[in-house]
Design a protein around this ligand. Structure first.
Ligand code: ZN
Length: 140
């Protein structure tokens, strides 16, 4: 099973954003390093849900571009996306379409219903669950 490692402070940030944005779905970009089936999140960038919807999300293209450029300048790559659901933290049909476009990227979903969080990834057109490992600060 692949693993996404994320610091507790970033989890807190995402959770706060999800509760603040509710009933609209919150969204964010996850940046960091990847290797050997492991995604190490080093930077979380909250972005506006352009759709203002409680059932789907879309990151504003300009915000996406700016965040990507800045992260690349810091030597970080895009690892995936975060968004919230007022339902179980499982990919919706629309999410699955998005995941197909972004194969190999992590989709981290937080439920504002029961506060659980799960991560998924599309690989060779199949959905895989990714283990979320919360770290209390990274060593390096
Ligand atoms: Zn969704």
């Amino acid at each position: 099973m692949r693993v996404v490692e994320i610091e507790e402070k970033d989890i807190r940030k995402l959770r706060e954003e999800a509760l603040k944005a509710f009933p609209v779905e919150a969204c964010a970009l996850l940046f960091g390093k990847r290797g050997n089936g492991k995604f190490l999140v080093k930077l979380v960038r909250i972005t506006r849900n352009k759709l203002g919807s409680s059932a789907r999300f879309e990151v504003d293209a300009q915000e996406f571009y700016n965040a990507l450029k800045k992260a690349e300048g810091e030597g970080l790559e895009l690892l995936g996306f975060f968004h919230s659901h007022h339902a179980k933290p499982e990919p919706s049909q629309i999410d699955l379409q998005g995941m197909r476009l972004w194969e190999g990227y992590v989709w981290l979903i937080f439920s504002t219903l029961d506060y659980s969080m799960k991560a998924y990834l599309m690989s060779e057109s199949k959905v895989e669950e990714v283990e979320v490992r919360i770290k209390n600060g990274f060593e390096d």
